[in-house]
Design a protein around this ligand. Structure first.
Ligand SMILES: [Zn+2]
Length: 266
């Protein structure tokens, strides 16, 4: 039987047993797939230097033998190594955040070619750019849009008026509706959320609204202030964590390692 084939971005690789690996990738045709790569821990020949996090590979794989089984990864050809994502620690964290979000917000074998395009774009840009921290933010925002969870960033959750000044983050009680409140509607703050994470400036709000409806070519040129990137990331991080009811670790780690908040590395 001829194996299926297609380009896929490697999201995760974990050892499986003594000699195999479980490889999860995202492709335009099949969405997220996890396959077993037999002997990949030991075989230096077949998968050498190819099965790496964040690599874009041309995958050859077979369907599972039973309904509950795993796909089999037969072989892979390297398309784009994205080497900087594994050699530069901040880039590694930024890329890990993106792959973590992709795994959380997608289901197995539920393809959306737009998510694939967004994923490859974001990782390629992080790999090549010096000011790369805006890309995890733009990826997060556009991913929420594609999976149907775009937060309402323009009106107050309580009074429904358009937000015209710094607003306060207010996580929705049910579903994913509005989650910002205006000054007049001062919410009761959940104690576990810090002050920095709770407020959003009008500048950041406007940038997020603009970025949410921009195409990738426009986003590439957009240069938000560092403070806006951080505020936006904190906000979406809180929002997604609330939606998923699970911790998203990578942004907190990445935030901690920002080198003295210097502009050059953002
Ligand atoms: Zn209000």
């Amino acid at each position: 039987m001829t194996p299926s084939a297609g380009d896929g971005l490697v999201l995760r690789i974990i050892p499986h047993g003594e000699s195999d690996k479980l490889v999860t990738w995202y492709s335009a045709q099949s969405g997220r797939i996890t396959a077993i790569a037999k002997g990949a821990q030991k075989s230096k020949k077949r998968f050498s230097n190819k099965l790496e996090h964040f690599s874009l590979l041309h995958m050859y794989y077979r369907p599972p033998r039973s309904q509950s089984g795993l796909h089999f990864l037969v072989d892979a050809d390297l398309v784009q190594a994205n080497l900087n994502l594994r050699q530069h620690y901040l880039k590694y964290l930024a890329a890990s955040f993106i792959t973590e979000l992709t795994i959380r917000f997608t289901r197995e074998l539920d393809p959306d070619p737009r998510i694939y395009t967004l994923l490859v774009w974001a990782l390629t840009e992080i790999n090549l750019s010096e000011r790369f921290l805006k890309f995890p933010l733009f990826f997060h925002l556009q991913l929420l849009q594609l999976v149907g969870y775009m937060p309402n960033l323009s009106t107050c959750q309580s009074c429904d008026k358009a937000l015209a000044a710094t607003s306060t983050v207010c996580l929705p009680q049910q579903g994913a509706g509005a989650f910002l409140r205006c000054h007049e509607c001062q919410p009761v703050q959940p104690a576990r959320i810090s002050r920095e994470e709770r407020t959003l400036s009008l500048q950041t709000m406007k940038m997020l609204l603009f970025a949410g409806r921009s195409d990738l070519a426009t986003l590439r040129k957009l240069q938000p202030a560092q403070r806006c990137i951080q505020e936006g990331m904190d906000l979406l991080h809180l929002y997604s964590q609330h939606l998923l009811q699970t911790d998203l670790h990578t942004w907190r780690i990445l935030r901690r390692y920002l080198p003295g908040q210097s502009r050059s590395s953002l």
